[in-house]
Design a binder for this molecule. Sequence first.
Ligand SMILES: [Zn+2]
Length: 158
Amino acid sequence: MPPLPDDPIDALLTAHGLRRTQAVRQVLRWLLAHPDISYTHAQLRLALQDAAAQGLDRVTLYRLIDRLTQVGLLLCRVDVNRVRRYQAMPASVQAIPHFECRSCQKDSPLAGALKASSRDLERAARTAIETLQALGYTGLSMDVAVRGICRECATGAQ
Ligand SMILES: [Zn+2]
């Protein structure tokens, strides 16, 4: 086992087989620090120019973003204007709270029923996964399930 890098960003890059260059660190650090924002290429370039004195040239930035997306560290979405937007891969994608009914065996997402608590659960799951990733764990996924009897079964209103 090679010694784990101290920096969680370096740990992530190593875990995904990426070279730890200054530029890629900068990009990933920024996106992880702003996990709820999805950026276009241009917006990200602007943000990074403000954040750090050393401006990345456009081609290098595009390549880095592609690479980070390929290895699953970034999520790429196409917006209504068909522009690609990138954000740090939300670990919550793997941990949507859901409910399993012991009576009818139905499995349903809980976001609607839980409202804000659902976001809290997802956030907690994301934090836990990111913490483990930083420690060198890979291939993580998490299951947030609540088990019991659903409302329909409980009231016999099927
Ligand atoms: Zn049920």
